[in-house]
Design a protein around this ligand. Structure first.
Ligand SMILES: NCc1[nH]cc(CCC(=O)O)c1CC(=O)O
Length: 307
């Protein structure tokens, strides 16, 4: 048996695909990597929220899953919409890397510096920044990590605000100049884990093999809770929603929230549940947040983004 692994062609995406290939190899399973270009890779001059549709990094890959050209697709779990198109399913989540955000720069950075400019196009990060460091400016810097670092060095910004996981995987740890506190800056849902997507009809044998190779049970429990939260919040990466679950002993703790783009209003809450209560807790938490001011923040953001 040979598993065909579909992936985007960026270095980070390939790192993830090779990671999955290595896990499969450990089980004696042969695989082949198929590179696929997506809309999100082609359009580099516009921020993701402006391209609009959910799944800008997934559509072309899902087409190949559907027509059988590939068996599985490897993604950053964070990039996966909370609701997948009919027939698609995430069947495994790799053990999560440290999920916090960092600043990457070629020079030292003081977040209190008046004229600081940070590179990010994430609405979650921009909103958090407006709340905690209102004097800091942001500019969108798109492209893969290597490209973004070059743009920064050429003067586009002072530092890039990124997920530690990607920075570490691309071996840019030496350029990390600031680490954001996980409690204060709750990351995006799914950050740091690699997810495996399949299309209906994949054999049970392949499915089990892939889960055995890649899935981490604890991460799966955590990610399913976070994604249940995101689903009700109806957010993709273009909405400043954050969510993070952790497990200690038999307790699953889930924090979720939404923050207005100007950083002035935030609704957030943490709840604790049992290990099998994650899905329910995610949904309940989202309903609480929507009913306590979250809905208004969301509507306002949608209106702004439609302009
Ligand atoms: N938004 C793009 C994206 N998707 C996944 C990662 C990083 C790796 C991960 O979280 O798995 C990144 C880059 C970033 O946010 O810095």
């Amino acid at each position: 048996m040979k598993i065909r692994i579909g992936t985007r062609g960026s270095k980070l995406a390939l790192w993830q695909a090779y990671f999955v290939q290595d896990r499969l190899k450990e089980l004696g399973v042969d695989s082949e990597i198929v590179k696929i270009e997506t809309k999100g890779d082609k359009i580099l001059n516009v921020t993701i929220s402006k391209i609009g549709s959910k799944g800008v990094f997934t559509e072309e890959i899902e087409e190949k899953l559907k027509n059988g050209e590939i068996d599985i697709a490897v993604h950053s779990a964070k990039d996966m919409p909370s609701t997948l198109p009919e027939g698609f399913e995430l069947i495994a989540f790799s053990e999560r890397e440290k999920e916090h955000d960092v600043l990457v720069s070629h020079k030292s950075i003081d977040l209190n510096q008046k004229d600081l400019v940070l590179g990010t196009s994430s609405t979650r990060r921009i909103a958090c920044l407006h709340k905690h460091f209102p004097h800091v400016k942001t500019v969108p810097v798109r492209g893969n990590l290597q490209t973004r670092i070059q743009k920064m060095k050429d003067g586009a910004c002072d530092a890039l605000w990124l997920a530690y996981a990607g920075v570490h995987r691309m071996e840019f740890d030496h350029m990390v100049v600031h680490e954001f506190d996980l409690e204060e800056f709750v990351p995006a849902v799914g950050q740091g884990s690699v997810a495996i997507e399949v299309y209906t009809g994949i054999s049970e044998e392949k499915k089990e093999l892939i889960r055995k190779a890649v899935n981490d049970d604890t991460t799966e429990t955590i990610l399913l809770a976070e994604r249940a939260f995101l689903k009700v919040m109806n957010g993709g990466c273009s909405i400043p929603v954050y969510g993070r679950a952790t497990i200690e002993g038999n307790t699953l703790s889930l924090t979720g929230g939404i923050i207005s783009l100007d950083g002035k209003r935030e609704v957030a809450k943490t709840c604790n549940t049992t290990l099998d209560g994650g899905l329910k807790a995610g949904e309940t938490l989202a309903h609480y947040i929507l009913e306590n001011g979250g809905k208004e923040i969301l509507e306002e953001i949608r209106k702004e983004q439609a302009e």
